[in-house]
Design a protein. Structure first.
Length: 120
């Protein structure tokens, strides 16, 4: 069992958040697809990547997840050289078990689109 001793948890999604369609980005990366073993051309959402780095530097415990699985998320993080900024990589939860609906305890959503300038 692992205990996270940090109250400042920051989960980041991969697809549509850290990476986007290549046409929607000024920066391109080629990520190895763990299923097909082929490289996929994606766009990098530099604003969200920068935010992830900033959150880590502020002492956050950063989690990166993807519905496409932990291997895909891991490949993205390695390709974007974010290893030093991520504490945990995992598959995105499919369901959660809680007596309180998520909208009541997790109200804030943060997203900066790839076309928005963010501290460049």
């Amino acid at each position: 069992m692992m205990t996270v001793k940090n109250e400042n948890i920051r989960p980041f999604d991969v697809d549509g958040c850290l990476i986007v369609e290549a046409k929607d980005s000024r920066q391109i990366a080629h990520i190895l697809d763990p299923v097909t073993k082929r490289f996929i051309k994606v766009g990098v959402n530099r604003a969200m990547v920068r935010l992830l780095k900033e959150e880590k530097k502020r002492g956050s415990y950063t989690i990166v997840w993807s519905r496409s699985g932990y291997e895909w998320a891991n490949n993205v993080i390695q390709c974007l050289y974010l290893d030093d900024y991520v504490d945990l990589i995992m598959s995105k939860p499919i369901v959660y078990f809680d007596d309180t609906p998520v909208k009541k305890w997790l109200k804030d959503r943060v997203f900066i689109g790839p076309d928005v300038k963010y501290k460049e």
